[in-house]
Design a protein around this ligand. Sequence first.
Ligand code: BV8
Ligand code: ZN
Length: 273
Amino acid sequence: MTEPGLAAGLARARALLAEAERVLVLTGAGISADSGVPTFRGPGGLWKDFRPEDLATPEAFERDPRLVWEWYGWRREVVSGCRPNAAHVSLARWQARAPGRIRIATQNVDGLHSLAAVEGSTDGTTDPSADLAEVHGTLFGSRCNGCGLRFTDRATVDATAIGTLPACASCDSLLRPDVVWYGEALDPAVIELAFRWAAEADACLVIGTSALVHPAASLPSVTRENGGSIVEVNPEATPLTAHATVSLRGGAAATVPSIVPLPRTTPITADSP
Ligand code: BV8
Ligand code: ZN
């Protein structure tokens, strides 16, 4: 249900998030659009020249690993020049203020949530993976097609020929991007954690996703089925909009900082917790 007018919606969203004990935040490509990372399906989106089945499937990699690595190498370079925006930063600060209560499940592979967490930590000890599930993997990781070894990998990719593609340091087999492709199962441990967080959440804040890709797109309904609310932030309506408690027509960087609860300014007294 969409509240009449953005102001009323913002106030309702702020109240729902402030009173929630535990929150699951589900993010999609839209939260990174304000950082300059192209989305998948919007105008100028990543898929504009390709169809998902052309590139983001195991069959595509089998058929033409050079083309697939060329696309992922280009995306690594684009994302390496992008910074977390105000939405990533306000979520990271919220998590730091409420350890263990604010969990993020992201469909994005751009690493911007981790970067915001590390940059936002005052003492540099923040574990960027705490309370963050990258359910579709990471652009900056590779996995060996032969022995399964995983590598953190920020190197630029030389996709000029099959012979120059990344190879495993251990068994010399061809490496693949460490992302989940269409038709591939998600890492059971990661997606089960995200579904547990969804079931435990009093509110699910859904930012910048077309809510088309499963199983991630079904996380908000798990929160709702367990009595929680859904707050959506998206400039456009999605299949989730009709099921949202509040759906805000706005961009992530402009909207999220204004609905994330501010630090509690309760005066410190002798018996403060
Ligand atoms: C699985 C990683 C089962 C790679 C991605 C038929 C055949 C095969 C499979 C299926 C099928 N039908 C259904 C399926 C299942 C399929 C699926 O859901 N397909 C959809 C398209 C119908 N899912 C799968 O295949 C999944 N696996 O089901 O496995 C299985 C089980 C056991 C054993 C074997 C198999 C795997 C899905 C994972 C695919 N990988 N990414 C890569 O990144 O290259 S998905 C890809 O899409 C990205 O992760 C992306 O995040 C995700 C979803 O897209 P969005 O994030 O929502 O981005 P999008 O561009 O669509 O939307 C952006 C939104 O932002 C818009 O709404 C826009 O309005 C908004 N926006 C724009 N600007 C802003 C903004 N919002 C806020 N602020 C702004 N400024
Ligand atoms: Zn190997």
